[in-house]
Design a protein around this ligand. Structure first.
Ligand code: DAT
Length: 174
């Protein structure tokens, strides 16, 4: 029996915009598999050096892509990462860039323990819509969507919309 085809969804955006929160709930609702790139890299130690400025390991992008290739070919993955141009374009059927107002984001990152340059750079990343522009360059513009992610109501609406899109995609492809 052939397996039911499922789409691959990319959730991206500045750290703190709510990718993990949305991704995990979405996985529960749709039955798709949530994949956190940060966790994957940590588990497999998929790193290539250390960033002294930000005090964090540097992702080995090639190894991350190799690690995921099989799963992505199968379909049904919800991928969560604060960057998007490291993945092959062909992997994703739709890309969501979550967006948060900067005062809100500042508070969230501060309570995550970010301070100083790391905090400022991340808020600035959101103000300059860096990840949105990265997504528009890396993928077909017609599959890239921005989602406001400020309030619990936004979260609920986003869940609802993406779950509906997923259901429709599966009807169209099975
Ligand atoms: P990310 O995975 O993008 O780094 P997260 O899911 O860890 O972000 O969320 C960061 C914090 O913000 C966390 O405390 C939960 C909260 N949050 C996420 N989405 C939200 C929303 N739509 N409204 C209010 N708070 C939200």
């Amino acid at each position: 029996m052939k397996m039911r085809k499922q789409p691959n969804i990319l959730l991206t955006g500045t750290p703190g915009v709510g990718k993990t929160t949305l991704g995990k709930e979405l996985a529960q609702r749709t039955g798709l598999t949530y994949v956190n790139i940060g966790d994957l890299a940590q588990e497999g130690q998929l790193y290539d050096g250390y960033d002294e400025e930000y005090q964090c390991p540097i992702l080995d992008e090639d190894r991350v892509v190799d690690e995921l290739e099989e799963k992505m070919a199968e379909g049904g993955a919800i991928v969560d990462y604060h960057g998007c141009d490291l993945f092959p374009k062909r992997w994703f059927h739709i890309v969501f860039v979550l967006r948060t107002d900067n005062t809100q984001l500042y508070t969230r990152l501060e309570s995550r323990g970010y301070t100083g340059k790391k905090l400022q750079d991340n808020v600035q990343c959101e103000i300059f819509q860096t990840i949105y522009e990265e997504a528009m360059e890396a993928y077909s513009e017609d599959i890239v969507h921005q989602l406001p992610s400020n309030t619990p109501e936004d979260l609920e609406k986003n869940l609802e919309q993406i779950a509906q899109w997923t259901e429709q995609w599966m009807k169209d492809h099975n």
